[in-house]
Design a protein around this ligand. Structure first.
Ligand SMILES: C[S@@+](CC[C@H](N)C(=O)[O-])C[C@H]1O[C@@H](n2cnc3c(N)ncnc32)[C@H](O)[C@@H]1O
Length: 159
């Protein structure tokens, strides 16, 4: 739901600068009876990346993008996070609501160039083959498939 969901054992830390989004997450978690598993943290991810006081094994990044994959609903034009801030991680899932390859494959490829210790974890065992690109990441067509999250890449630290 939020920009990142950091998972440690059965616990998840959800971080966002937007208090309203965190409140909605808290309410949703409560209604699904998993509130005890999620800690919401109001913070700027860039600050966390600089202090590096916390380390996680897995991270789901739903970073701000142009949102052009869901233009019928909204357009979030900020792009505040840098994938390279996540270099301490073992697993990273990068999702966007965009159909712009520069914001999708372009970001993942640039990260992999800077971090050769990471590899793409192929998504073909997780989603139908029509959503799997030759680079083994998830890509859907919002018009054709009526899905709001057009892109996802799973990156795993190999070394
Ligand atoms: C694409 S939206 C994620 C929306 C979320 N998946 C949801 O369904 O509510 C990106 C989120 O990143 C948050 N955000 C933007 N810059 C941030 C930053 N520097 N640190 C933490 N959160 C940030 C925004 O407040 C926004 O909620």
């Amino acid at each position: 739901m939020l920009i990142i969901c950091m998972i440690y054992a059965m616990q998840a830390d959800a971080m966002d600068v937007n208090e309203g989004r965190l409140r909605i997450l808290g309410e949703t978690a409560k209604s699904h009876q998993v509130a005890g598993l999620i800690t919401t943290i109001r913070s700027d991810l860039r600050v966390l990346a600089e202090t590096k006081e916390v380390q996680y094994d897995k991270l789901l990044l739903d970073a701000p993008c142009s949102g052009i994959g869901v233009l019928s609903k909204r357009a979030d034009l900020r792009w505040n996070c840098k994938l390279e801030d996540m270099e301490e991680l073992k697993n990273l899932q990068d999702d966007t609501c965009s159909i712009d390859s520069e914001e999708n494959q372009g970001r993942a490829e640039a990260f992999l160039l800077r971090h050769p210790e990471f590899l793409v974890d192929p998504v073909d065992r997780l989603v139908p083959s029509r959503f799997v690109t030759p680079q083994s990441v998830f890509l859907s067509n919002p018009v054709k498939h009526s899905l709001d999250e057009p892109f996802a890449a799973r990156l795993v630290r190999a070394l």
